[in-house]
Design a protein around this ligand. Structure first.
Ligand code: ATP
Length: 359
């Protein structure tokens, strides 16, 4: 089912938790709601679930406005952080529970519950009680229970946050597999960027109740529309340099040097000559340029750290600290001056007065 939020706003007394959100979630896709604590993720999910009614705007499920529809009539399945399984019921009875409430005959209910158990791969656990299951297994039961009524929308509220690192990885792959097998439109709340990057068709990144960007994960990472998006995604984070725009609007002057760099692409909106902007470069978009005749700028090496396959170079350009992921084949040591260059098309230039990316 396609889901549309049109100018959705949620106010609590004098604070606006969600501010004029406009988003269309296509049928069968998985969308993550991502953002820092308090940005409005849960409030958005609760509006979709029908636990909150938006103060303003329209919420569409398919062609139907559902603002006033009760949660039980929305054809949604929900999984919470703490799974909320019934401790006194077996796994099978837990999964059957929503069907029992809907007065589905017992035989049919059991068949459907077993089908779901097979989907989430817990057929061998049906007689156990929740306390006899691991966190990941409990999560599978919660997912089976959420899907057993064949809802049209699945809502997941930080479903992996109670699991250890290894299980989190396993369960996020499982959630993606199950979602794709069922083909159900799914909305997944998380504050973990890596989780959102790996699992989603699209990410809705929010801050202060407002949409910052709604894009496929890789687009969001490669083409951040604003400064917040650029610095929120990425680990190590994007490098930030305070630069000045040159006379031709095509070059920038780097901090504490007379070095200038050609931007390599026209600005999307008007820039002002001599104004200060912030240059953003992801650590992996730098490389060491051995040819001194080629474009680049000279930095002083502070430290080199081995991180798996690559090296992480800590460097300084005047007052600015930089991090670059570089090949371990190039030998650099503390104190060495090296020439860094930026991969073509990987430069971002932010106007800090409004946060916009000008490139
Ligand atoms: P977290 O990642 O910490 O769960 P979140 O992104 O889910 O955060 P929300 O829980 O949606 O954020 O909260 C958004 C804002 O709305 C916060 O400032 C919060 O304090 C406020 N808020 C949420 N629910 C209520 C409520 N029932 N009454 C008043 N304010 C609320």
């Amino acid at each position: 089912m396609k889901v549309q939020l049109k100018d959705i706003t949620m106010r609590f007394e004098n604070m606006t938790a969600v501010d004029r959100l406009n988003v269309t979630i296509e049928e069968g896709t998985l969308v993550s709601l991502l953002g820092p604590s308090g940005c409005g993720k849960s409030t958005t999910l609760f509006m979709l679930a029908g636990l909150y009614q938006p103060t303003e705007g329209e919420l569409y499920f398919g062609d139907r406005i559902v603002n006033k529809i009760e949660p039980e009539n929305r054809e949604i399945g929900m999984v919470f952080q703490n799974y909320a399984l019934y401790p006194h019921l077996t796994v099978l009875k837990n999964i059957m529970f929503p069907l029992k409430m809907a007065k589905i005959p017992k035989k049919e209910a059991e068949e459907r519950a077993r089908e779901m158990a097979a989907l989430v791969q817990i057929n061998h656990l049906l007689d156990r009680k929740p306390s006899q299951l691991s966190g990941g297994q409990q999560q599978r039961v919660a997912i089976a229970r959420a899907l057993v009524k064949k809802p049209k929308l699945l809502l997941l509220d930080e479903p992996l946050s109670n699991l250890d690192a290894r299980l989190r990885l396993e369960m996020r792959e499982e959630i993606r597999r199950i979602q794709q097998e069922v083909g159900i439109t799914t909305i997944f709340v998380t504050h973990d960027q890596e989780e959102a990057m790996s699992i989603s068709d699209k990410i809705l990144l929010m801050q202060d109740g407002k949409k910052q960007q709604f894009s496929p994960p890789q687009d969001m990472y490669d083409y951040p529309e604003n400064h917040f998006v650029a610095q929120f995604l990425g680990n190590p984070p994007i490098n930030r340099l305070s630069v000045k725009l040159g006379e031709d609007l095509q070059t920038i002057v780097l901090p504490d040097t007379e070095d200038s760099l050609h931007l390599g692409a026209p600005l999307k909106s008007n820039g002002e000559v001599n104004m200060h902007y912030e240059l953003g470069v992801r650590p992996e978009d730098f490389y060491i340029e051995p040819d001194l005749a080629k474009a680049g700028f000279t930095v002083e090496t502070i430290m080199v750290e081995r991180i798996g396959r690559d090296n992480l170079l800590y460097a300084r350009l005047g007052q600015t600290n930089l991090r670059a992921i570089v090949s371990p084949d190039v030998k650099v040591n503390r104190g060495d001056m090296v020439k860094l260059a930026i991969r073509p098309g990987r430069t971002h230039l932010f106007d800090l007065s409004n946060g916009k990316n000008l490139l």
